[in-house]
Every structure is written in C-alpha cells, then in structure tokens.
Design a protein around this ligand. Sequence first.
Ligand SMILES: O=C(O)C[C@@H](Cc1ccccc1)C(=O)SCC(=O)c1ccccc1
Ligand SMILES: [Zn+2]
Length: 157
Amino acid sequence: HEHIGIALRGEKVLSLRAEAAEDPSGPLIRQLAKDMLIAMKTHGGVGIAAPQIRVSKRVLIIHSKPNERYPDAPEMEPVIMVNPEIISYSECFDSMWEGCLSVPGLRGLVPRQTGVSVRYHDLTGKEQEACLQGFPARIFQHEFDHLEGILFPLRVA
Ligand SMILES: O=C(O)C[C@@H](Cc1ccccc1)C(=O)SCC(=O)c1ccccc1
Ligand SMILES: [Zn+2]
C-alpha cells in the first residue's frame, strides 16, 4: 500500500461534500487515518483530507512542518480530526501561497482568515477543541475545504 494514489482535480469524489463518520473511534476510521498518514508522507504534504484518497468521509490531518516555502512554519505532530466543525474565524485575513496534492504543479495565492477555532473528535472518540493560528490555520482551512468539495483554485483572488 506504499503508493496510495491521490485523487486529482476533475474526479467526482473531490467535488462532493464528504459524509460524517458515524464512529470516530471505530476500526474503519482508524484504518482510514493510517492510510491518510501514509499517503500524506509519501506525497510530501503538510496536510491531507480523506476525499483525496477517494474516501468521502469527514476526516482530515494537519501536519505543519518547516518547508522550503515556509521555513519558519511551526513543527507539529500530525493532528487527526474526525468530523471537524469551525466554531469561529478571526477577523483578519492574509494571503499565502498554497499547493494541493490533488492539483499538481499549480501554486496560488489564497486569501484566508489568519485564525480559526475548531471542534472535532479524535481517534479515541473524545471531543476536542483547538484554536489555530498562522500556517496550521491555513492548512486546516485548505483541508476543511476538501471536505466541502472545494479546491484552492476556486479561492484564488
Ligand atoms: O493537498 C493537500 O491538501 C495538501 C497540501 C496542504 C497545504 C499546503 C500549503 C498550504 C495549505 C495547505 C500540501 O501539502 S501541498 C504540498 C506542500 O507540501 C506544500 C505546498 C506549499 C507550501 C507548503 C507545503
Ligand atoms: Zn489540497
């Protein structure tokens, strides 16, 4: 399974609103999260959403780490979020360069809120809340869009 393929722009699964996961702590979601982690690492992403490995479920991973475009991005452990909800956004916006594993070769300057407060279930089924700022907030909003069937070119200013 080393090479779990990534769905590309134009595939229907990327345009759907993903379905809520019924059992966030069940074996199906745990296996899905494992496959997503492998796919994200294999393809060198800083995040991934389940529809990108052709599973239309509301699961996303954010894994901010320093990279050539954002050398000062915070280093964090991957955060796996099941059925994430946005509680509130910051007022401020900024634009940053984004890429997408499903849109290879394209980069775009995307305006998004600088902060976001989220609620989600972790893989133990526990409800969590997190306040994200900066690059992690950026990645979250990009991955959450995937759960809504939205790809970043739609948001390019
Ligand atoms: O396709 C995805 O969802 C993963 C995507 C996440 C993302 C990157 C940059 C801004 C917002 C969200 C990627 O990881 S694209 C490839 C990449 O590693 C990268 C691209 C631009 C900047 C930093 C990393
Ligand atoms: Zn993407």
